[in-house]
Design a protein around this ligand. Structure first.
Ligand code: FES
Length: 320
């Protein structure tokens, strides 16, 4: 499929250590001009050349869509880092240049609905910062519910409380004994409201279930996971139809890793976000782990993202 991203070079003009685990990077165009426009909830893909290794991670833009003089991203150092977040924390300095993609939005705000309820867990706060700027600009009714383990993990809570959206933010701190009650919150949602959630998988699942129980339509429920879902499932055979080659994908392994030394596939993010590795399924069905395809597209079983998605059965034939 055609790559909808274009790559560009930006300069790192500020790095704030928000917490010991989270840094905020400010990025500006190297020619001093404005950066491409984006909407609240958009992300960019940052490509990092770390010696011989290349990392690509998607990060939500957390600056205002009204201010294109810079982008800001929040990067949490992941304990299970494949290398990208550690690279950003340890090796990127003010004045360095980075290669990033143009923005894309898989977590866009709805144009309809009487109210927008935003629910964040931990570093899942980042897309909501740009979304709140857009909602305020629209004059929309919105509220943010931001849940985190302890104040050490609640990056941006202080800034949000003191900032332009402070009146609309509620904070839930597990270590203080004030956790978020998802069911109670969703039960108060207006019937024509929209609910957005970003954070760890259990929070996303809890919010989706509560919204369905409340009777909200699927198009009123919006979610984004900030890291690729862990790939699970047994070993299977992948068949590359063009050459007839059959390769084994190990338990929990990715198709991409199993085939990339045999066939070249364009892969920008390697975490199910960008869509560049979308591949036609000729036989068999996929277990989808990506965030790119819609639920309807996943159910149709026509294509899959081979960087994260796997076969449902023992064998899958791909148009490669
Ligand atoms: S490489 Fe981005 S979705 Fe697969």
């Amino acid at each position: 499929m055609a790559n909808k991203y274009e790559m560009m070079t930006v300069r790192v003009t500020a790095i704030d250590e928000v917490t010991p685990l989270i840094k905020r990077f400010t990025l500006e165009a190297t020619n001093g001009e404005n950066l491409p426009a984006f909407t609240g909830g958009s992300h960019v893909i940052v490509q990092m050349q770390d010696g011989a290794k290349r990392h690509s991670n998607a990060y939500s833009l957390m600056s205002s869509p009204r201010d294109l003089s810079c982008y800001q991203i929040g990067v949490r150092r992941e304990e299970q880092s494949k290398g990208g977040s550690a690279f950003m924390h340890d090796k990127v300095a003010v004045g360095d240049t980075l290669t990033i993609s143009t923005p894309n939005n898989l977590f866009a705000l709805s144009d309809t609905g009487s109210k927008h309820v935003l629910i964040a867990g931990g570093i899942g706060i980042t897309p909501f910062v740009s979304q709140m700027a857009e909602l305020a600009e629209r004059g929309a009714d919105y509220e943010l519910h931001y849940s985190f383990r302890s104040f050490e993990h609640g990056a941006f809570a202080g800034e949000l409380a003191a900032g332009a959206h402070g009146e609309r933010c509620r904070f839930y701190v597990n270590s203080e004994g004030t956790p978020l009650n998802v069911d109670a919150l969703v039960d108060k949602t207006t019937k024509d409201g929209h609910v957005y959630v970003c954070g760890p998988r259990p929070l996303i699942d809890a919010v989706i279930s509560a919204c369905r129980r409340r009777g909200l339509a699927e198009e009123q429920i919006h979610w984004e996971q900030f890291a690729a879902a862990p790939q699970t499932g047994g070993a299977f055979t992948v068949v590359l139809a063009k050459s007839g080659r059959e390769l084994q994908v190990e338990e929990g392994g990715s198709i991409l890793k199993a085939i990339e030394s045999t066939v070249s596939v364009e892969c920008l993010c390697r975490e199910g976000v960008c869509g560049t590795c979308e591949t036609k399924i000729l036989e068999g069905e996929a277990e989808h782990f990506d965030q790119y395809l819609s639920d309807a597209e996943k159910a149709a079983q026509q294509t899959m993202m081979i960087c994260v998605s796997r076969a449902k059965g023992a064998r899958i034939v791909l148009d490669l």
